[in-house]
Ligand binder design. Structure first.
Ligand SMILES: [Zn+2]
Ligand SMILES: [Zn+2]
Length: 440
C-alpha cells in the first residue's frame, strides 16, 4: 500500500439531503442521502434511514469526492517547526483533501530506504488523511547519481521527484526515465532552467521592471518543459510536470499530448487565481514563490488549459515557512506559500463563480485527475467504495487568516474573502475533519 494513514474508528454516518457532484459517477447536483457503514459507502438514494446512527443533516450542502493533492511539502523530517505530518494532514483534511503526496526535499532528503521507512512509520501514527511519499530522483537532489529506484519503489515510494530543483543534465533525466519506467512509478518534475532564472525574485515583465526586481522569464520554465517532453517522447516513457505557470509551457504540453506523449501536468490555485500584480505589495509571505505569479495572459492560458484538460490536475505546492523567515525584505525571503486550506475555496470563488470553469470540472481536476496521474485509488461517490468524500457549504463566505490548521501562515490568499468552506471530510473511511455545527 503506497498511502499511509493512522488507525481511526471507521465512520458510521447517515448524511441526508446533500447535493452530490461527481462527474465520474454521473452525479451533477442531484439531492440524495448517503449511508456510510464501517467506513464504506453502503447506499446512496432518496430518503434513506438508519437506526441508531449519527445523522448529518446536509440540506444546502454539496458533497464531492474527497480531493487529492499530488504536491505537498510536509517539511518532515528536519523542519517540524514549519510543518509536520500531523499538522500538514490536518490542514489537508480542513481543505477537503483525503489524499496528499509529500515531496522529498526534506532534511535529510528522502533518498534512502531508511528515511522513507521513517516517514511511513510516522504517517501510520499521525496522518489523518492518506499520505504518500515521493523519493528523490538523485541522491541529495544533487543531480549527479540516481537513487536506488527499485528499492525505494519496493518500499512504497509513490513516485520520484527532485522538486525544488530541476534535473539539470538531460542525460541524467533520460536515465531516470528509463529506470523509473521499470518501477512503474512516475517522475514528477520541477521545470526550471537555472541559467535563465539565477537571482530571480518574481515574474519577468512590466511589474518586475517597475519594481526593479530581477525577473524569472516564462522561458525559464518552458524551455525545460520542451526539453523534458522531447526526452519523454524519445524514450516512450510517461512523466508528470509540476506547477505549470506559463502560457508557453501550456503550449508545449498541448503539443506533446497531440503527439501522443504520456504526460500529465499540474497547476496551482495561486497561479490560477493571482497575477504578478500582487507582488506590488512586496509581502513575500503572500506573493513570493517559485515558479512566480505570472501575467494576466498566462493566468488566462492556465484557466483555459485546466478547463480543456491540457492541465490534468490542481496541486497546491503547499510550502510552509516559519514566519521569521518570511518577515524579511522581499529579496531575502524564501519561496513558497501554504495552500491546502484555501485551494478549493479559491478556485470556487475565482473560477466557478465567475463562470470560467464548471464546478464538476474543478472537482474532477482536484480528485480523479491527480489520483489517476499517479495510479492511486480514485475517490468516488458510489456504493461499495471506501468513504473518501467531502461536504461543502458553497454559500459560506470567510476571511482567510489565522488560525490555520497548518503550522505556518504564509498563505497567498491571506486577507481575502473566499466563498465555499469544507464542513466535513471523511478520509479512508474515518472522519478526518468536521466543523462543529455540522453534527446534529
Ligand atoms: Zn517545484
Ligand atoms: Zn514544490
Amino acid at each position: 500500500m503506497r498511502l499511509t494513514q493512522r488507525e481511526a474508528p471507521p465512520a458510521d454516518l447517515l448524511i441526508t439531503g446533500a447535493r452530490l457532484v461527481d462527474g465520474a459517477s454521473g452525479l451533477e447536483g442531484v439531492q440524495l442521502d448517503v449511508r456510510i457503514v464501517e467506513g464504506r459507502i453502503a447506499e446512496i438514494g432518496p430518503s434513506l434511514t438508519a437506526e441508531g446512527v449519527e445523522t448529518v443533516e446536509a440540506d444546502g450542502l454539496t458533497m464531492t469526492p474527497g480531493l487529492v493533492d499530488p504536491h505537498v511539502h510536509l517539511r518532515t523530517p528536519g523542519d517540524e517547526d514549519e510543518e509536520d505530518i500531523a499538522s500538514g494532514t490536518r490542514a489537508a483534511a480542513a481543505g477537503g483533501f483525503v489524499t496528499i503526496l509529500a515531496m522529498p526535499n526534506t532534511t535529510p532528503v528522502v533518498d534512502s530506504a531508511a528515511v522513507l521507512n521513517g516517514l511511513v512509520t510516522r504517517a501510520a501514527e499521525q496522518a489523518v488523511v492518506g499520505t504518500g511519499f515521493f523519493a528523490a530522483i538523485t541522491l541529495g537532489l544533487e543531480g549527479r547519481q540516481l537513487v536506488d529506484m527499485a528499492d525505494l519503489a519496493a518500499r512504497g515510494a509513490v513516485g520520484f521527484s527532485d522538486d525544488g530543483r530541476p534535473v539539470e543534465r538531460a542525460g541524467m533525466l533520460r536515465r531516470a526515465l528509463q529506470y523509473s519506467a521499470v518501477t512503474g512509478l512516475k517522475l514528477s518534475l520541477h521545470e526550471e532552467d537555472l541559467s535563465l532564472t539565477a537571482g530571480a525574485q518574481m515574474h519577468e515583465g512590466a511589474v518586475s521592471a517597475e519594481l526593479g526586481l530581477h525577473g524569472y522569464p516564462s522561458i525559464g520554465e518552458s524551455v525545460m518543459v520542451g526539453r523534458d517532453l522531447q526526452i519523454a517522447r524519445y524514450e516512450g516513457a510517461p512523466l508528470h510536470l509540476c506547477h505549470i505557470s506559463a502560457a508557453e509551457s501550456v503550449a508545449e504540453v498541448r503539443r506533446a499530448k497531440e503527439l501522443g506523449v504520456e504526460v500529465t501536468a499540474e497547476v496551482s490555485p495561486h497561479h490560477l487565481c493571482l497575477t504578478d500584480e500582487l507582488v506590488r505589495d512586496l509581502d513575500p509571505s503572500v506573493s513570493k514563490m517559485s515558479p512566480p505569479l505570472r501575467s494576466a495572459a498566462d493566468r488566462a492560458a492556465l484557466i483555459e488549459a485546466l478547463a480543456d484538460g491540457t492541465l490534468d490536475c490542481v496541486a497546491t505546492d503547499h510550502a510552509p515557512h516559519h514566519a521569521h523567515e518570511k518577515e524579511v525584505p522581499f529579496e531575502a525571503a524564501p519561496n513558497g506559500v501554504i495552500g491546502l486550506e484555501t485551494a478549493f475555496a479559491a478556485l470556487y470563488t475565482e473560477l466557478v463563480q465567475p463562470g470560467l470553469v464548471p464546478l464538476a470540472t474543478v472537482v474532477e481536476r482536484m480528485s480523479r485527475g491527480p489520483a489517476a496521474a499517479f495510479g492511486l485509488p480514485v475517490p468516488a461517490l458510489r456504493a461499495g467504495e471506501p468513504a473518501n468524500l467531502t461536504l461543502w457549504n458553497l454559500s459560506e463566505r470567510w476571511l482567510v487568516g489565522p488560525p490555520y490548521a497548518s503550522r505556518s501562515r504564509n498563505c497567498a490568499f491571506a486577507g481575502r474573502m473566499l466563498q465555499a468552506r469544507c464542513t466535513l471530510t471523511v478520509a479512508g473511511g474515518s472522519v478526518a475533519h468536521r466543523m462543529a455545527e455540522v453534527a446534529r
